[in-house]
Design a protein around this ligand. Structure first.
Ligand code: ADP
Ligand code: MG
Length: 242
């Protein structure tokens, strides 16, 4: 069974058709990298998966659960699909450890001791074992984003959605975040990553999806699409990244 399946998904905001009949199936363990011009619908596509936005037409299944299903199904989808945003959105008044403990306590009903254990292990994993008691303001952007990744993982998602996770970072801090994402991919996490880091797309992506004007225009292997761009608009777009 696919991890994520779009069946003729459309999304409109008023009269504006932002996603146009998207068909797409992502299998377990895939790393799909999504690229495309600003406004092409990339964020909306991700937001429909974890039901931050409601689809306007078609159906979308996450691990077999429909985003059109009961509120119980939607709660399960939200727990299964972790999301990391461009802005890290950490709680400023909580330490790194407390930020990561929050989800297991609130969404998984863990007690404090168990949540602390989960959070400490994840902070260790993202390379922040020494910084657990720091507040966000005491961490670099790259470190904050790694806390945000740990925070998403702490709830035990089966799928991770990343929306331009390195765009707000200085170039020298991007690699540390991309490295954590690559490790996750190696461990078999299913991931959908909106990013213009083409090195990451080539190295880690199993699929490359090109969106333009609300349509999924190309879907293929990163190396193949990048070495032989199948359309003029894709070629044009590639000249404007990097
Ligand atoms: P991308 O992430 O590719 O830059 P988005 O998915 O954010 O694109 O946006 C796609 C289009 O949908 C844009 O034209 C944007 O202005 C519009 N849009 C996104 N969110 C909303 C919203 N909540 N209300 C109205 N229009 C929106
Ligand atoms: Mg976006």
């Amino acid at each position: 069974m696919s991890k994520v399946e779009f069946r003729k998904v459309s999304k409109r905001f008023g009269n504006h058709l932002v996603l146009q009949s998207i068909d797409l199936a992502i299998d377990p363990g895939e790393v799909a990298v999504v690229i495309g011009p600003s406004g092409s619908g990339k964020s909306t596509m991700l937001r429909c998966i974890n039901v931050l936005e409601r689809v306007s037409g078609g159906d979308l299944l996450v691990d077999g659960l429909s985003v059109l299903g009961s509120s119980r199904d939607i709660r399960r989808i939200r727990l299964e699909a972790g999301m990391v945003f461009q802005q890290f959105n950490l709680f400023p008044h909580l330490t790194a450890l407390q930020n990561v403990m929050f989800g297991p306590i609130r969404s998984r009903g863990k007690n404090k001791a168990d949540a602390r254990e989960i959070a400490a292990a994840l902070l260790q994993k993202v390379g922040l074992g020494e910084r657990m008691n720091h507040y966000p303001s005491q961490l670099s952007g790259g470190q904050q984003q790694r806390v945000a990744i740990a925070r998403s993982l702490a709830v035990g998602p089966k799928l991770m959605l990343f929306d331009e996770p390195t765009s707000a970072l200085d170039p020298e801090l991007r690699q540390e975040v991309l490295k954590v994402m690559q490790t996750l991919a190696t461990e078999g996490m299913t991931m959908i990553v909106v990013t213009h880091e083409m090195g990451f797309a080539k190295r880690v992506g199993s699929r490359l999806l090109f969106m333009d004007g609300g349509q999924l225009v190309h879907d293929g292997k990163p190396i193949e699409l990048l070495s032989d761009p199948p359309s003029e608009r894709f070629r044009d777009f590639l000249q404007h990244v990097d």
